[in-house]
Design a binder for this molecule. Structure first.
Ligand SMILES: [Zn+2]
Ligand SMILES: [Zn+2]
Length: 128
């Protein structure tokens, strides 16, 4: 599971759908209280506290691209986790770098939005 947390407009269709799907798919792990250590160290790959918000942001972009969405998401109860574990933040520059490395389609989108830095800044303040 990896939450990229970058502006959803920067994701290609594949990565948009994948991030949305993973948020759904891994919900039960949080409900059951499975360890998330491997997801936040050495690289923070998820933001447990932002899952519902992130899901809804991804859905908004999916609908804009005429994709179907019929799977509402409820934020899982995270009270059994340590506060420090669940309040981690994804480094958006690492996400952008990894997306560019892995995916030509995302790379094109990230390149064309050359206000990358300001959209990164916006995203940070939105989830805080
Ligand atoms: Zn959904
Ligand atoms: Zn992509």
């Amino acid at each position: 599971m990896r939450m990229w947390m970058v502006d959803p407009r920067l994701l290609c269709n594949k990565h948009l759908v994948a991030e949305h799907g993973e948020i759904h798919k891994h919900r039960h792990n949080f409900v059951k209280g499975h360890s998330i250590q491997g997801r936040i160290s050495p690289v923070v790959q998820i933001e447990p506290l932002s899952m519902k918000q992130r899901h809804d942001d991804l859905v908004k972009e999916m609908i804009k691209r005429n994709m179907n969405h019929k799977s509402p998401y409820t934020q899982p109860d995270l009270s059994h986790y340590d506060k420090d574990l669940i309040s981690v933040k994804v480094d958006l520059f690492v996400s952008l770098k990894d997306l560019c490395k892995r995916c030509e389609d995302c790379k094109e989108r990230i390149k064309t939005v050359n206000c990358c830095r300001s959209s990164v800044g916006k995203m940070h303040s939105r989830y805080e």
